[in-house]
Structure formats: C-alpha cells, structure tokens
Ligand binder design. Structure first.
Ligand SMILES: [Zn+2]
Ligand SMILES: [Zn+2]
Length: 167
C-alpha cells in the first residue's frame, strides 16, 4: 500500500506529481483521494479496488461512515445510468460495515448523498448513519430525507435509471 511513497530521484522533473497513478482516477487536490490512498491519518475500515470506507470526521450519529469509490468519481450530479451498479455496491458495503460494527437494526439507519452544491467534497460519497433515531437536531437537518439537499441511495438509483432512458 505504501508503494506511492517509494523514493523518487529528486532531480528528475516535477516530483510533486505522482507518476504511477492515472490522472483521471486520482485528483491530487481531493481529500478523499488522499484518504483512500493512505496519505492521511484516516483509518480505512474497508478498501478494495472499487470501494473504500472510513469514518466521517464530524459524526452526525453514533456510527457515521463515508463509503466512496476508490477511484475519483465526481458528485451525484455527474453520474449516469452506468453508475447504478457502483451506487448499489456502495450501499452493500455500507451495510457490511454497519454489521461489522454490530448495528443489526437496518431499519434505523440513514443512507444518502448530498445534492450539489451541498457537498463539501466533490468525490462521490455515501453517508451511512446509525442509529438514525439517535441523530441530533443539526444532523437531522443536514441529512434530512426528502429535502432538496439530501437524497437517499434509492432515490439516486431511480434518478440515474430515468436519466438513462431519456437518452
Ligand atoms: Zn477524489
Ligand atoms: Zn456529504
């Protein structure tokens, strides 16, 4: 995993550019890209080629995880029908992480995405909060269902499917 940090000769070209990573998969200004590539002090709870998961730095519930594509994918506005399997996989990973943390009541959870411009990070991320019944006043507002700034994973999948048909 630490291969990225392998020493490079300092005299050759622009050393700040990671040459071993395709540019379209890694946005060097993106905090979540740095996290999934282990460049931050954030513990990765899950990481495979497709999906990574870590804790939200400002938890809105006793359990608050962020599930992200390991490669840089833009926010939900930039997605289309092709991304439906990815979104579904993110939801599955979120459920697995909850179960690993002994959250068994999957009816008392909140899964969703912030709708642009209400995203502070452009790297696509699924918020997973549990138990939803223990969310504070502000969290209920920030992660409010059926608001124009937060949509559930199901709503996003429905939206992407309808987008596909329109083309
Ligand atoms: Zn990113
Ligand atoms: Zn968000």
């Amino acid at each position: 995993m630490a291969a990225v940090e392998a020493a490079q000769p300092a005299s050759v070209g622009d050393v700040s550019k990671p040459t071993d990573m395709p540019a379209e998969d890694y946005d060097k200004k993106c905090i979540f890209c740095k996290i999934v590539n282990n460049e931050m002090d954030t513990e990765l709870l899950h990481r495979d080629e497709e999906i990574s998961c870590f804790r939200d730095i400002k938890p809105g519930a006793p359990h608050h995880f962020l599930v992200v594509p390991t490669r840089h994918v833009g926010n939900c506005k930039s997605l289309n029908k092709e991304h439906v399997p990815l979104v579904k996989q993110m939801v599955e990973t979120g459920k697995e992480i909850l179960q690993k943390n002994n959250v068994t009541d999957l009816s008392d959870v909140r899964f969703g995405f912030h709708w642009p411009p209400f995203c502070s990070v452009t790297h696509l991320h699924l918020h997973v909060l549990a138990p939803a019944s223990q969310m504070g006043f502000m969290s209920r507002l920030v992660y409010r269902l059926n608001s124009y700034w937060f949509i559930t994973a199901d709503q996003l999948i429905e939206l992407l499917n309808s987008k596909g048909e329109a083309n």
